[in-house]
Design a protein around this ligand. Structure first.
Ligand code: FES
Length: 118
């Protein structure tokens, strides 16, 4: 099997389209700009997607960190705390995790703290 040299561009069947040096001088910067633009758009969309996946949808959003503290003596015999961040009574559970689980396929539930004999 012999390898024949590639025919010169001008020997190809004429389609009326020829790549010249000037075409490459335009095509290369356009390709680089398109690749950079694609990267920037992808990066922007990924950063937006991360914002959508925030756990806290509405609890004290103006605060840099949501922290609740309770004294054990004040809890009483039983306390049920929200871990899904969907409760309208946050940090206490109001049962909103059931709807969240149904809508998302998640399996979150509350943290229940109770005295042993309660
Ligand atoms: S409402 Fe969030 S865990 Fe129950």
């Amino acid at each position: 099997m012999s390898h024949l040299p590639a025919p010169p561009m001008s020997a190809l069947p004429s389609s009326g389209f020829r790549l010249t040096k000037e075409h490459f001088l335009v095509a290369v910067p356009v390709a680089v700009i398109a690749a950079a633009g694609g990267f920037l758009v992808s990066h922007y969309l990924n950063s937006r997607r991360c914002r959508k996946s925030q756990v806290n949808a509405f609890v004290n959003k103006d605060s840099p960190k949501v922290v609740h503290s309770f004294d054990m003596e004040d809890i009483g015999t039983k306390a049920v705390y929200c871990r899904c961040w969907r409760s309208k009574k946050f940090p206490l559970c109001d049962g909103a995790h059931a709807k969240h689980n149904e809508e998302t396929g998640d399996n979150v539930g509350p943290l229940i703290i109770k005295k042993k004999d309660a």
